[in-house]
Design a binder for this molecule. Structure first.
Ligand SMILES: Nc1ncnc2c1ncn2[C@@H]1O[C@H](COP(=O)(O)OP(=O)(O)OP(=O)(O)O)[C@@H](O)[C@H]1O
Length: 291
């Protein structure tokens, strides 16, 4: 079953558009949504939350269509970002009370435990929290109203490395019960190398791929060799390639084929998500491995 399904979504701004985008977020896993600045990640998340309205397409959350069953859906979603979507003039404690009246499944004990764990001062106003603290507060709130789907927009961007690591561990812990689903947008791809099960990659409003991290790692590779190997046919194998005076380094999207082609003449290494993102963006979207 899928936690989220985007079906044929189109949305246009004056200088940007998403056209006929479809993809699913599988239930019980962490899916990372990656892409460079301006790729459309936040727009897609806003569409999911019905904060932006697509011109076309439908969004389903656990089989329920948004916004037809918005109230029910919002009980199950926790949205976490470093931009506060709470009332700035209220304190942490007051916001907790407000949320308790709003959500049917609010768990006050759990909320207090998270405030303590994240060192969030109950008497502090939301406006006086740092970006990282706002993110932690959003997470505490989401986890205290029993959200099964956590939607996180750049959650690690404003965090120090210690809490960033702690957050990733916490997310990995949450996944143990197989009840939670996390959709996590970021351009810090190393975080996803650690925790993601699936990765969806957006570039210029298009979906480059959406698949399991294991598949991605099997499919892509970095190839390094001498420039004499690079003829026009060979170049077609690459998503993009960088040449220096001594050789080349490029990303291929069909590792088994590259292994056959280059044999022992080139070095073939695993590609991480950052390599995949950087080479794809540099090469322009649209290589043979696209979705
Ligand atoms: N409300 C809006 N009106 C007009 N253009 C918008 C609006 N929201 C987003 N855009 C444009 O849509 C494009 C995609 O923006 P979006 O914030 O979705 O990208 P992103 O992948 O989340 O990028 P980043 O990593 O920088 O946050 C950008 O060119 C942005 O300027």
């Amino acid at each position: 079953m899928n936690a989220v399904e985007f079906k044929h979504i189109s949305k246009a701004y004056s200088n940007f558009s998403i056209q006929d985008l479809s993809f699913a977020v599988p239930k019980g896993y962490i899916t990372g949504l990656i892409g460079p600045n301006g790729a459309g990640k936040s727009t897609l998340i806003k569409i999911l939350l019905h904060l932006a309205i697509p011109e076309q397409g439908r969004v389903f959350i656990e089989g329920m269509e948004m916004p037809i069953r918005e109230k029910e859906i919002k009980e199950r979603i926790g949205f976490v970002s470093d931009e506060s979507h709470f009332y700035e003039h209220l304190t942490v404690r007051q916001t907790g009370r407000l949320l308790a009246s709003f959500y049917r499944n609010w768990n006050e004990t759990q909320f207090q435990t998270y405030l303590e764990r994240f060192e969030l001062p109950a008497g502090k106003k939301i406006s006086d929290l740092s970006k990282g603290m706002k993110m932690k507060f959003g997470l505490a709130a989401a986890l205290s109203h029993g959200a099964k789907l956590l939607v996180m927009d750049e959650p690690t961007a404003g965090l120090d490395p210690v809490f960033r690591r702690e957050l990733l561990d916490l997310l990995a812990d949450l996944m143990q019960d197989e009840q939670h689903t996390i959709l996590f947008s970021t351009h810090i791809t190393t975080d996803l190398d650690r925790v993601a099960d699936y990765v969806a990659f957006m570039n210029r409003g298009k979906l480059v791929f959406s698949e399991s991290k294991d598949n991605i790692q099997e499919r892509y590779a970095i190839v390094k060799g001498g420039t004499e190997l690079l003829d026009a046919d060979i170049r077609k194998q690459f998503v993009s390639v960088r040449e220096t005076s001594v050789g080349f380094e490029g990303l291929v999207y069909n590792r088994p084929q590259a292994e056959k082609l280059f044999g022992g003449y080139a070095v073939i290494e695993p590609a991480n998500l950052e390599d995949i993102m950087v080479y794809t963006v540099k090469g322009g979207y649209g290589h043979g491995g696209t979705a």
